[in-house]
Design a protein around this ligand. Sequence first.
Ligand SMILES: [Zn+2]
Length: 387
Amino acid sequence: MAKIPIMLQLNGNWDNFGRFREFEVDGIVVDDDASYSLLISTIAHQLMIDTSEKIIEIKYIVNEHCPPMEIRNDMSVRVYMETKKENKNLGSYPLCITVRDFNMELSITNENTVAGSSGILKLLDMPISPVIEEYEIMIITDSTPSSIEVGQVYQDKETIATAMKHYSVMHKFQFRVKRSSARSYWLICVSENCTWHFKATSINDSAMFKVRNFDNQHTCSLMDNTSIQRKPTAMVVGSMVIPKYSDPKTIYTPKDIQLDMLSEHDVNLTYMQAWRAKEKALQFLRGYPVDSYNKLPSYLYILEKTYLGSVVRLKKTEDDCFLYVFVVICTSISGWEYCRPVVVVDGTFLKSSYRRIMLIASTMDAAGTILPLAYAVIDSENDALWK
Ligand SMILES: [Zn+2]
């Protein structure tokens, strides 16, 4: 067994002459007897690509007269390694890596199937109304069903894809997408010689997908499977822990996620995986901070229109980015008259990706109740005047 150093070329594009252009470089070392799944996981690890959400396409150029060769299974890895062994230096036969979204893959395959002959499928699955009525009764809309069986009908491909991701996390193995198009969804185990497979296809060209074939017995040892560590995705675990974050007062740390996943589902997560799951869950709930900042101008506009007499100021930088915001609601202004003439100002830092400081001014009324007067978000606590 020999170690083979391989140069990776990424983020480039293919020109019309079959050349890979404008790429960045990286490198990996793999054993010459590596399997396809090991090669994929080594590349994914080095380039930090989440293979449960992205598809990695590997090509290399043999010579200028031949279109690029694609590495797509164990045999093509072996062909590559034999070629590479002849010429072991780092620069020879670099692997050109293209990463695509799973969804993008869908639309591409989709186009292909539309262009190709799709008539056969239609003939096989002629719509007959009683059958459709039957489906209506038991269409699965839940992406975490208690079991997945042949014959089940899911409302769409996304639901079944999410259900299978969930299934793989719960059963502690990893699958590979063998084929995915608008009409079919075909999965196999990452272990090359395993007979585990799953196949679902659309019904009568509708959005609904029916499970046609599902052999859930692994002939591989699941041990090799887990050593590849294509981690249970943050997406799946994240979606499972969303309810924990719906109340902002609940403290639920990545450590808690680790413990609960282990005790409830017997799934072992590293701290980083749990942390990513938490970030995903929060993102599902709150969206991206940048979108929230974008909503600020319209929010302030409505605030001013609704509470007449309020004072609202938004200051932006010259290139239209958020700088400061200052808000006093009209009720605070009218309430001030009846309060003790003491203003207390305090600040706290904001923890989102944009940091900054939030200031709040408040006072106390005759009964000793706190009345908030104004709040502001600024860059830092200082004496600079706001012009
Ligand atoms: Zn297997």
